[in-house]
Design a protein around this ligand. Sequence first.
Ligand SMILES: [Zn+2]
Length: 518
Amino acid sequence: MIVLERKGDFVLKKFVLASLIVVCFFLLHAGNTFAATESRISGQDRYKTAVEVSKKTFPKGTGTVVLARGDEFADALTSTPLAYKVNGPILLTKPNAIPDSTMAEISRLQVKNIILVGGTKAISQEVEQQLIEKGIQVERISGSDRVSTSLKIAEYLNPSHHDIYAVNQSKFPDALVIAPYAAKRNIPIILLSDSTITRADVQKYLDNVSNTFIIGGTKVVGAKVEKNVPKPIRISGASRYETATVIANRYFKGKTDMLVVTGKDFADALTGSVMAAKRDVPIILVSQDKVDNSVKSFVKKQKVNKYTIIGGKKAVDPSISKKLYSPIINKKSETLRLVTKNTYLSKNYVPKNLVVPNVRFSTTVSERKHMVKEAGTALEKLFRAANNDGIILYAQSGYRSYNTQRYLYNNYVSRYGQKEANRFSAKPGQSEHQTGLAMDVTSKGVGFQLVERFGETKEGKWVANNAAKYGFIISYPKGKERLTGYMYEPWHIRYVGVEHAVFMDKYDLTLEQYLSEY
Ligand SMILES: [Zn+2]
Protein backbone atom coordinates (compact mmCIF):
# COMPACT_ATOMS: atom_id res chain seq x y z
CA MET A 1 0.00 0.00 0.00
CA ILE A 2 1.37 3.37 -0.99
CA VAL A 3 -0.10 6.64 0.20
CA LEU A 4 0.79 9.70 -1.83
CA GLU A 5 0.16 13.11 -0.43
CA ARG A 6 1.24 16.52 -1.59
CA LYS A 7 2.18 19.09 0.98
CA GLY A 8 0.69 22.47 0.26
CA ASP A 9 3.08 24.51 2.34
CA PHE A 10 5.04 26.16 -0.40
CA VAL A 11 4.22 28.40 -3.29
CA LEU A 12 4.87 27.19 -6.82
CA LYS A 13 6.39 30.20 -8.47
CA LYS A 14 6.15 30.93 -12.16
CA PHE A 15 9.55 29.69 -13.24
CA VAL A 16 10.30 27.41 -10.40
CA LEU A 17 9.20 23.88 -10.70
CA ALA A 18 9.85 22.55 -7.30
CA SER A 19 8.54 19.47 -5.76
CA LEU A 20 8.18 18.21 -2.30
CA ILE A 21 6.31 15.01 -2.17
CA VAL A 22 5.80 13.05 0.92
CA VAL A 23 5.31 9.41 0.37
CA CYS A 24 4.75 6.90 3.06
CA PHE A 25 5.95 3.49 2.19
CA PHE A 26 4.49 0.61 4.01
CA LEU A 27 6.88 -2.18 3.44
CA LEU A 28 6.33 -5.70 4.48
CA HIS A 29 9.38 -7.73 5.26
CA ALA A 30 8.90 -11.36 6.02
CA GLY A 31 6.19 -10.52 8.49
CA ASN A 32 7.62 -7.29 9.91
CA THR A 33 5.66 -4.20 9.02
CA PHE A 34 7.09 -0.73 9.22
CA ALA A 35 6.57 2.57 7.48
CA ALA A 36 9.12 4.95 6.03
CA THR A 37 8.41 8.56 5.23
CA GLU A 38 10.00 9.87 2.08
CA SER A 39 10.22 13.43 0.84
CA ARG A 40 12.02 14.89 -2.12
CA ILE A 41 13.41 18.39 -2.52
CA SER A 42 14.23 19.35 -6.06
CA GLY A 43 14.17 22.12 -8.59
CA GLN A 44 14.54 22.15 -12.36
CA ASP A 45 18.32 22.38 -12.12
CA ARG A 46 21.05 22.42 -9.47
CA TYR A 47 20.67 26.18 -8.88
CA LYS A 48 16.95 25.81 -8.25
CA THR A 49 17.43 22.70 -6.13
CA ALA A 50 19.80 24.73 -3.93
CA VAL A 51 17.08 27.37 -3.65
CA GLU A 52 14.47 24.80 -2.61
CA VAL A 53 16.83 23.33 0.00
CA SER A 54 17.46 26.84 1.31
CA LYS A 55 13.71 27.53 1.57
CA LYS A 56 13.24 24.39 3.60
CA THR A 57 16.29 24.98 5.81
CA PHE A 58 15.83 28.72 6.34
CA PRO A 59 12.11 29.35 5.97
CA LYS A 60 12.31 32.59 7.94
CA GLY A 61 15.37 33.97 6.19
CA THR A 62 18.89 34.57 7.47
CA GLY A 63 21.56 37.21 7.47
CA THR A 64 24.34 35.47 5.59
CA VAL A 65 24.64 33.27 2.52
CA VAL A 66 27.61 31.35 1.17
CA LEU A 67 27.71 31.60 -2.59
CA ALA A 68 29.61 28.93 -4.50
CA ARG A 69 30.17 28.12 -8.12
CA GLY A 70 27.59 25.64 -9.39
CA ASP A 71 29.29 24.15 -12.42
CA GLU A 72 32.49 23.00 -10.75
CA PHE A 73 33.19 21.88 -7.22
CA ALA A 74 36.76 23.13 -6.87
CA ASP A 75 36.55 25.81 -4.17
CA ALA A 76 33.14 25.11 -2.72
CA LEU A 77 33.96 21.60 -1.57
CA THR A 78 35.03 22.58 1.93
CA SER A 79 32.55 25.39 2.53
CA THR A 80 29.89 23.50 4.50
CA PRO A 81 31.41 24.14 7.97
CA LEU A 82 31.69 27.80 6.96
CA ALA A 83 28.02 28.03 5.95
CA TYR A 84 26.99 26.26 9.15
CA LYS A 85 29.06 28.63 11.25
CA VAL A 86 27.45 31.73 9.75
CA ASN A 87 24.07 29.99 9.83
CA GLY A 88 23.35 30.38 6.16
CA PRO A 89 22.62 28.21 3.14
CA ILE A 90 25.01 27.43 0.31
CA LEU A 91 23.54 28.88 -2.86
CA LEU A 92 25.00 28.37 -6.29
CA THR A 93 25.95 30.81 -9.01
CA LYS A 94 27.35 30.71 -12.51
CA PRO A 95 30.84 32.22 -12.78
CA ASN A 96 29.70 35.38 -14.57
CA ALA A 97 26.08 35.85 -13.59
CA ILE A 98 23.79 35.04 -10.71
CA PRO A 99 20.79 32.99 -11.89
CA ASP A 100 17.41 34.71 -11.33
CA SER A 101 16.22 31.94 -9.03
CA THR A 102 19.31 32.36 -6.81
CA MET A 103 18.84 36.13 -6.75
CA ALA A 104 15.19 35.75 -5.81
CA GLU A 105 16.16 33.48 -2.90
CA ILE A 106 18.79 35.99 -1.74
CA SER A 107 16.02 38.60 -1.62
CA ARG A 108 13.60 36.28 0.16
CA LEU A 109 16.18 35.48 2.83
CA GLN A 110 16.76 39.24 3.42
CA VAL A 111 20.47 38.64 3.33
CA LYS A 112 22.89 41.31 4.53
CA ASN A 113 26.19 39.50 3.93
CA ILE A 114 27.36 37.14 1.27
CA ILE A 115 30.55 35.13 1.40
CA LEU A 116 31.88 34.22 -2.03
CA VAL A 117 33.97 31.07 -1.97
CA GLY A 118 36.70 31.00 -4.60
CA GLY A 119 38.71 33.45 -6.67
CA THR A 120 37.50 35.68 -9.49
CA LYS A 121 37.92 32.86 -11.97
CA ALA A 122 35.36 30.81 -10.07
CA ILE A 123 33.06 33.72 -9.24
CA SER A 124 33.71 36.83 -11.30
CA GLN A 125 34.00 40.46 -10.31
CA GLU A 126 30.68 41.08 -12.12
CA VAL A 127 28.87 38.76 -9.75
CA GLU A 128 30.42 40.56 -6.80
CA GLN A 129 29.35 43.90 -8.30
CA GLN A 130 25.81 42.65 -8.87
CA LEU A 131 25.52 41.93 -5.15
CA ILE A 132 27.13 45.15 -3.98
CA GLU A 133 24.64 47.10 -6.08
CA LYS A 134 21.89 45.37 -4.15
CA GLY A 135 23.31 46.82 -0.97
CA ILE A 136 24.73 43.52 0.22
CA GLN A 137 28.06 43.33 1.97
CA VAL A 138 30.35 40.96 0.11
CA GLU A 139 33.31 39.07 1.49
CA ARG A 140 35.46 36.75 -0.57
CA ILE A 141 37.36 33.77 0.80
CA SER A 142 39.83 32.51 -1.73
CA GLY A 143 43.32 31.25 -2.12
CA SER A 144 45.54 30.73 -5.10
CA ASP A 145 43.88 27.37 -5.72
CA ARG A 146 41.33 25.02 -4.13
CA VAL A 147 43.81 23.68 -1.56
CA SER A 148 44.72 27.14 -0.41
CA THR A 149 41.03 28.11 -0.32
CA SER A 150 40.42 25.18 2.02
CA LEU A 151 43.17 26.53 4.31
CA LYS A 152 41.61 30.01 4.23
CA ILE A 153 38.23 28.56 5.21
CA ALA A 154 39.94 26.69 8.04
CA GLU A 155 41.42 29.96 9.30
CA TYR A 156 37.99 31.55 9.16
CA LEU A 157 36.51 28.69 11.20
CA ASN A 158 39.19 29.25 13.81
CA PRO A 159 38.37 26.11 15.79
CA SER A 160 39.33 25.78 19.43
CA HIS A 161 40.67 22.26 18.75
CA HIS A 162 43.19 21.10 16.20
CA ASP A 163 41.54 18.22 14.40
CA ILE A 164 41.00 18.20 10.67
CA TYR A 165 39.33 16.06 8.05
CA ALA A 166 41.63 15.46 5.12
CA VAL A 167 40.20 14.59 1.72
CA ASN A 168 41.40 14.26 -1.84
CA GLN A 169 41.45 17.61 -3.62
CA SER A 170 40.07 16.32 -6.88
CA LYS A 171 37.25 14.06 -5.68
CA PHE A 172 34.05 15.43 -4.23
CA PRO A 173 32.17 12.54 -2.51
CA ASP A 174 34.34 12.08 0.58
CA ALA A 175 34.41 15.78 1.39
CA LEU A 176 30.66 16.08 1.13
CA VAL A 177 29.70 13.06 3.19
CA ILE A 178 31.88 14.19 6.09
CA ALA A 179 30.67 17.79 5.68
CA PRO A 180 27.55 17.63 7.91
CA TYR A 181 29.46 16.26 10.89
CA ALA A 182 32.50 18.49 10.29
CA ALA A 183 30.14 21.46 10.18
CA LYS A 184 28.45 20.59 13.44
CA ARG A 185 31.77 20.22 15.22
CA ASN A 186 33.42 23.18 13.49
CA ILE A 187 36.17 20.94 12.13
CA PRO A 188 37.91 22.15 8.96
CA ILE A 189 38.02 20.00 5.84
CA ILE A 190 41.44 20.29 4.22
CA LEU A 191 42.09 19.26 0.65
CA LEU A 192 45.18 17.18 0.01
CA SER A 193 46.88 15.74 -3.02
CA ASP A 194 46.36 12.00 -3.44
CA SER A 195 50.02 11.05 -3.27
CA THR A 196 52.30 13.62 -1.62
CA ILE A 197 52.40 16.71 0.54
CA THR A 198 54.99 19.01 -0.90
CA ARG A 199 53.30 22.32 -0.38
CA ALA A 200 54.72 24.67 2.21
CA ASP A 201 51.34 26.22 3.04
CA VAL A 202 49.79 22.80 3.79
CA GLN A 203 52.79 21.68 5.82
CA LYS A 204 52.71 24.87 7.83
CA TYR A 205 49.04 24.38 8.60
CA LEU A 206 49.60 20.75 9.57
CA ASP A 207 52.18 21.85 12.19
CA ASN A 208 49.32 22.89 14.45
CA VAL A 209 47.10 19.89 13.84
CA SER A 210 46.66 17.20 16.50
CA ASN A 211 44.57 14.55 14.73
CA THR A 212 44.14 14.04 11.01
CA PHE A 213 41.05 12.12 10.05
CA ILE A 214 41.60 10.95 6.50
CA ILE A 215 38.38 10.33 4.59
CA GLY A 216 38.65 7.75 1.82
CA GLY A 217 40.82 4.78 0.90
CA THR A 218 44.49 4.72 -0.07
CA LYS A 219 43.52 5.25 -3.69
CA VAL A 220 42.16 8.71 -2.90
CA VAL A 221 44.55 9.70 -0.11
CA GLY A 222 47.69 7.65 -0.50
CA ALA A 223 49.74 5.85 2.15
CA LYS A 224 52.58 8.32 1.59
CA VAL A 225 50.32 11.20 2.59
CA GLU A 226 49.19 9.25 5.64
CA LYS A 227 52.83 9.02 6.83
CA ASN A 228 53.24 12.78 6.59
CA VAL A 229 50.23 14.04 8.51
CA PRO A 230 49.92 14.28 12.31
CA LYS A 231 48.21 11.27 13.96
CA PRO A 232 46.39 9.89 10.96
CA ILE A 233 43.11 8.05 11.46
CA ARG A 234 41.61 6.67 8.28
CA ILE A 235 37.87 6.46 7.75
CA SER A 236 36.97 4.68 4.57
CA GLY A 237 34.89 2.07 2.78
CA ALA A 238 35.35 0.11 -0.42
CA SER A 239 33.54 2.74 -2.47
CA ARG A 240 32.17 6.28 -2.09
CA TYR A 241 28.83 4.69 -1.15
CA GLU A 242 30.37 2.57 1.57
CA THR A 243 32.52 5.43 2.87
CA ALA A 244 29.32 7.44 3.37
CA THR A 245 27.83 4.62 5.44
CA VAL A 246 31.04 4.18 7.45
CA ILE A 247 30.78 7.87 8.37
CA ALA A 248 27.06 7.53 9.10
CA ASN A 249 27.71 4.53 11.35
CA ARG A 250 30.50 6.31 13.16
CA TYR A 251 28.98 9.75 13.67
CA PHE A 252 25.24 9.32 13.36
CA LYS A 253 24.53 6.30 15.56
CA GLY A 254 20.89 5.86 16.34
CA LYS A 255 19.69 8.37 13.75
CA THR A 256 16.59 7.18 11.93
CA ASP A 257 16.58 10.03 9.42
CA MET A 258 18.93 10.73 6.50
CA LEU A 259 19.45 12.68 3.29
CA VAL A 260 19.73 10.64 0.09
CA VAL A 261 21.78 12.23 -2.67
CA THR A 262 23.40 11.12 -5.91
CA GLY A 263 27.02 10.02 -5.59
CA LYS A 264 27.67 10.90 -9.21
CA ASP A 265 27.62 14.68 -8.98
CA PHE A 266 28.51 17.18 -6.28
CA ALA A 267 25.92 19.97 -6.47
CA ASP A 268 22.96 18.38 -4.67
CA ALA A 269 25.17 16.96 -1.92
CA LEU A 270 26.86 20.33 -1.44
CA THR A 271 23.63 22.26 -1.09
CA GLY A 272 22.09 19.48 1.01
CA SER A 273 25.05 19.32 3.39
CA VAL A 274 24.00 22.38 5.42
CA MET A 275 20.51 20.96 5.82
CA ALA A 276 22.00 17.64 6.93
CA ALA A 277 24.17 19.44 9.49
CA LYS A 278 21.26 21.43 10.87
CA ARG A 279 19.07 18.33 11.07
CA ASP A 280 21.99 16.33 12.44
CA VAL A 281 21.49 13.53 9.93
CA PRO A 282 23.96 11.79 7.59
CA ILE A 283 24.27 12.15 3.84
CA ILE A 284 23.86 8.79 2.14
CA LEU A 285 24.88 8.37 -1.49
CA VAL A 286 23.15 6.31 -4.16
CA SER A 287 23.86 5.98 -7.85
CA GLN A 288 20.90 6.96 -10.00
CA ASP A 289 18.86 3.77 -9.55
CA LYS A 290 21.20 1.57 -7.54
CA VAL A 291 21.61 1.20 -3.81
CA ASP A 292 24.86 -0.23 -2.47
CA ASN A 293 24.61 -3.17 -0.08
CA SER A 294 26.34 -1.09 2.60
CA VAL A 295 23.49 1.44 2.37
CA LYS A 296 20.89 -1.30 2.68
CA SER A 297 22.57 -2.62 5.81
CA PHE A 298 22.85 0.87 7.31
CA VAL A 299 19.15 1.51 6.71
CA LYS A 300 18.28 -1.84 8.21
CA LYS A 301 20.60 -1.62 11.21
CA GLN A 302 19.63 1.94 12.15
CA LYS A 303 15.94 1.30 11.40
CA VAL A 304 15.87 4.42 9.22
CA ASN A 305 12.22 5.37 8.84
CA LYS A 306 12.47 8.82 7.32
CA TYR A 307 14.58 10.23 4.54
CA THR A 308 14.75 13.19 2.22
CA ILE A 309 15.96 12.86 -1.36
CA ILE A 310 17.79 15.93 -2.65
CA GLY A 311 17.65 16.33 -6.43
CA GLY A 312 15.49 15.40 -9.38
CA LYS A 313 14.48 12.01 -10.71
CA LYS A 314 17.40 11.89 -13.12
CA ALA A 315 19.76 12.15 -10.15
CA VAL A 316 17.84 9.85 -7.80
CA ASP A 317 15.33 7.56 -9.45
CA PRO A 318 11.97 7.02 -7.68
CA SER A 319 12.69 3.27 -7.59
CA ILE A 320 15.29 4.04 -4.89
CA SER A 321 12.45 3.99 -2.35
CA LYS A 322 11.95 0.26 -2.81
CA LYS A 323 15.64 -0.43 -3.21
CA LEU A 324 16.65 1.17 0.10
CA TYR A 325 14.51 -1.39 1.86
CA SER A 326 15.20 -4.39 -0.36
CA PRO A 327 17.15 -7.39 0.97
CA ILE A 328 20.92 -7.44 0.75
CA ILE A 329 21.95 -9.52 -2.22
CA ASN A 330 25.13 -11.54 -2.03
CA LYS A 331 25.89 -12.08 -5.70
CA LYS A 332 28.19 -14.98 -4.86
CA SER A 333 25.51 -16.89 -3.00
CA GLU A 334 24.76 -20.31 -4.49
CA THR A 335 21.18 -19.96 -3.31
CA LEU A 336 20.72 -17.02 -5.66
CA ARG A 337 22.55 -18.56 -8.60
CA LEU A 338 20.85 -17.53 -11.80
CA VAL A 339 20.33 -20.22 -14.42
CA THR A 340 18.61 -19.15 -17.62
CA LYS A 341 18.86 -19.67 -21.36
CA ASN A 342 21.70 -17.13 -21.33
CA THR A 343 23.39 -17.97 -18.04
CA TYR A 344 24.14 -21.62 -17.67
CA LEU A 345 25.90 -24.15 -15.53
CA SER A 346 28.94 -26.13 -16.58
CA LYS A 347 28.79 -29.79 -17.35
CA ASN A 348 30.60 -30.51 -14.10
CA TYR A 349 28.42 -28.42 -11.82
CA VAL A 350 27.07 -30.60 -9.02
CA PRO A 351 25.60 -28.84 -5.95
CA LYS A 352 26.97 -29.61 -2.50
CA ASN A 353 24.94 -31.24 0.26
CA LEU A 354 22.30 -33.04 -1.75
CA VAL A 355 19.74 -34.76 0.47
CA VAL A 356 16.35 -36.43 0.07
CA PRO A 357 13.77 -34.30 1.90
CA ASN A 358 11.18 -36.04 3.98
CA VAL A 359 8.15 -35.31 1.76
CA ARG A 360 5.62 -37.25 -0.34
CA PHE A 361 7.00 -38.13 -3.78
CA SER A 362 5.22 -39.04 -7.00
CA THR A 363 8.43 -40.32 -8.53
CA THR A 364 10.47 -43.40 -7.87
CA VAL A 365 13.61 -42.12 -9.56
CA SER A 366 16.17 -41.63 -6.82
CA GLU A 367 18.20 -38.77 -8.37
CA ARG A 368 15.08 -36.59 -8.73
CA LYS A 369 14.25 -36.87 -5.04
CA HIS A 370 17.37 -34.90 -4.15
CA MET A 371 17.67 -31.26 -3.24
CA VAL A 372 20.32 -29.06 -1.65
CA LYS A 373 19.94 -29.46 2.12
CA GLU A 374 18.73 -25.93 2.89
CA ALA A 375 16.16 -26.11 0.08
CA GLY A 376 15.07 -29.58 1.16
CA THR A 377 14.45 -28.44 4.73
CA ALA A 378 12.40 -25.51 3.39
CA LEU A 379 10.44 -27.90 1.17
CA GLU A 380 9.61 -30.06 4.17
CA LYS A 381 8.22 -26.99 5.95
CA LEU A 382 6.23 -26.00 2.88
CA PHE A 383 4.71 -29.46 2.54
CA ARG A 384 3.88 -29.64 6.26
CA ALA A 385 2.18 -26.24 6.15
CA ALA A 386 0.17 -27.36 3.09
CA ASN A 387 -0.78 -30.54 4.91
CA ASN A 388 -2.03 -28.50 7.85
CA ASP A 389 -4.29 -26.62 5.45
CA GLY A 390 -5.60 -29.88 4.01
CA ILE A 391 -3.50 -29.56 0.84
CA ILE A 392 -1.70 -32.72 -0.24
CA LEU A 393 1.30 -32.00 -2.46
CA TYR A 394 3.62 -34.43 -4.20
CA ALA A 395 7.22 -33.80 -5.15
CA GLN A 396 7.87 -34.98 -8.66
CA SER A 397 11.27 -33.80 -9.80
CA GLY A 398 14.12 -32.12 -7.93
CA TYR A 399 17.81 -32.36 -8.76
CA ARG A 400 18.72 -33.38 -12.29
CA SER A 401 22.30 -33.80 -13.34
CA TYR A 402 23.68 -32.38 -16.57
CA ASN A 403 23.53 -35.83 -18.16
CA THR A 404 19.95 -36.46 -17.06
CA GLN A 405 18.91 -33.12 -18.50
CA ARG A 406 20.69 -33.91 -21.77
CA TYR A 407 18.82 -37.20 -22.00
CA LEU A 408 15.45 -35.54 -21.22
CA TYR A 409 15.97 -32.66 -23.59
CA ASN A 410 17.02 -34.86 -26.51
CA ASN A 411 13.99 -37.00 -25.86
CA TYR A 412 11.63 -34.02 -26.00
CA VAL A 413 13.30 -32.75 -29.15
CA SER A 414 12.77 -36.04 -30.94
CA ARG A 415 9.12 -36.14 -29.82
CA TYR A 416 8.04 -32.50 -30.29
CA GLY A 417 10.74 -30.86 -32.41
CA GLN A 418 13.34 -28.45 -31.09
CA LYS A 419 11.27 -25.25 -31.23
CA GLU A 420 8.45 -26.67 -29.10
CA ALA A 421 10.83 -28.48 -26.74
CA ASN A 422 12.64 -25.19 -26.01
CA ARG A 423 9.43 -23.66 -24.63
CA PHE A 424 9.20 -26.08 -21.74
CA SER A 425 12.44 -27.99 -21.49
CA ALA A 426 15.87 -26.64 -20.76
CA LYS A 427 18.97 -27.55 -22.67
CA PRO A 428 21.59 -29.32 -20.55
CA GLY A 429 23.30 -26.72 -18.34
CA GLN A 430 20.33 -24.38 -18.59
CA SER A 431 18.02 -26.12 -16.13
CA GLU A 432 17.37 -24.80 -12.65
CA HIS A 433 17.02 -28.42 -11.62
CA GLN A 434 20.79 -28.84 -11.93
CA THR A 435 21.21 -26.38 -9.02
CA GLY A 436 19.38 -28.74 -6.65
CA LEU A 437 17.25 -25.76 -5.59
CA ALA A 438 14.20 -26.46 -7.77
CA MET A 439 11.36 -28.93 -7.32
CA ASP A 440 8.40 -29.71 -9.54
CA VAL A 441 5.34 -30.27 -7.39
CA THR A 442 2.03 -31.77 -8.38
CA SER A 443 -1.20 -33.26 -7.02
CA LYS A 444 -3.45 -36.27 -7.36
CA GLY A 445 -6.14 -34.09 -8.96
CA VAL A 446 -4.02 -33.57 -12.09
CA GLY A 447 -2.93 -37.20 -12.19
CA PHE A 448 0.56 -36.31 -10.85
CA GLN A 449 1.33 -34.57 -14.11
CA LEU A 450 3.20 -31.33 -14.62
CA VAL A 451 0.54 -29.34 -16.41
CA GLU A 452 -0.67 -25.75 -16.53
CA ARG A 453 -4.01 -26.91 -15.13
CA PHE A 454 -2.22 -27.45 -11.79
CA GLY A 455 -2.29 -23.66 -11.34
CA GLU A 456 -6.10 -23.73 -11.27
CA THR A 457 -6.37 -26.46 -8.65
CA LYS A 458 -6.61 -25.72 -4.93
CA GLU A 459 -3.14 -27.23 -4.53
CA GLY A 460 -1.68 -25.01 -7.27
CA LYS A 461 -3.32 -21.90 -5.79
CA TRP A 462 -2.05 -22.77 -2.34
CA VAL A 463 1.49 -23.09 -3.71
CA ALA A 464 1.21 -19.73 -5.51
CA ASN A 465 -0.02 -18.02 -2.33
CA ASN A 466 2.34 -19.62 0.16
CA ALA A 467 5.59 -20.61 -1.55
CA ALA A 468 7.35 -17.29 -0.80
CA LYS A 469 6.81 -17.63 2.96
CA TYR A 470 8.99 -20.74 2.83
CA GLY A 471 11.62 -19.24 0.53
CA PHE A 472 10.37 -20.47 -2.84
CA ILE A 473 9.47 -18.56 -6.00
CA ILE A 474 7.55 -19.73 -9.04
CA SER A 475 10.37 -19.30 -11.54
CA TYR A 476 8.22 -19.20 -14.67
CA PRO A 477 5.09 -17.25 -13.83
CA LYS A 478 2.14 -16.49 -16.08
CA GLY A 479 2.64 -13.47 -18.33
CA LYS A 480 6.45 -13.51 -18.00
CA GLU A 481 7.17 -15.99 -20.80
CA ARG A 482 9.11 -13.37 -22.75
CA LEU A 483 11.31 -12.60 -19.78
CA THR A 484 11.96 -16.12 -18.63
CA GLY A 485 11.96 -17.82 -22.02
CA TYR A 486 9.66 -20.53 -20.68
CA MET A 487 5.93 -21.02 -20.70
CA TYR A 488 3.99 -20.69 -17.47
CA GLU A 489 4.95 -23.48 -15.05
CA PRO A 490 2.85 -23.28 -11.89
CA TRP A 491 4.47 -26.51 -10.68
CA HIS A 492 8.11 -25.45 -10.82
CA ILE A 493 9.24 -23.86 -7.56
CA ARG A 494 12.76 -22.75 -6.80
CA TYR A 495 14.36 -22.00 -3.46
CA VAL A 496 15.99 -18.55 -2.97
CA GLY A 497 15.50 -18.01 0.78
CA VAL A 498 12.57 -16.42 2.60
CA GLU A 499 13.66 -12.77 2.57
CA HIS A 500 14.34 -12.72 -1.16
CA ALA A 501 11.29 -14.79 -2.08
CA VAL A 502 8.93 -12.54 -0.10
CA PHE A 503 10.36 -9.45 -1.77
CA MET A 504 10.21 -10.92 -5.29
CA ASP A 505 6.67 -12.07 -4.69
CA LYS A 506 5.58 -8.69 -3.35
CA TYR A 507 6.98 -6.77 -6.32
CA ASP A 508 6.28 -9.47 -8.90
CA LEU A 509 9.89 -9.97 -9.96
CA THR A 510 11.60 -12.88 -11.64
CA LEU A 511 14.99 -13.84 -10.21
CA GLU A 512 16.70 -12.34 -13.25
CA GLN A 513 14.89 -9.01 -12.77
CA TYR A 514 15.60 -9.03 -9.07
CA LEU A 515 19.32 -9.66 -9.49
CA SER A 516 19.74 -7.04 -12.20
CA GLU A 517 17.60 -4.30 -10.65
CA TYR A 518 18.34 -4.67 -6.97
ZN1 LIG B 1 10.85 -27.86 -13.21
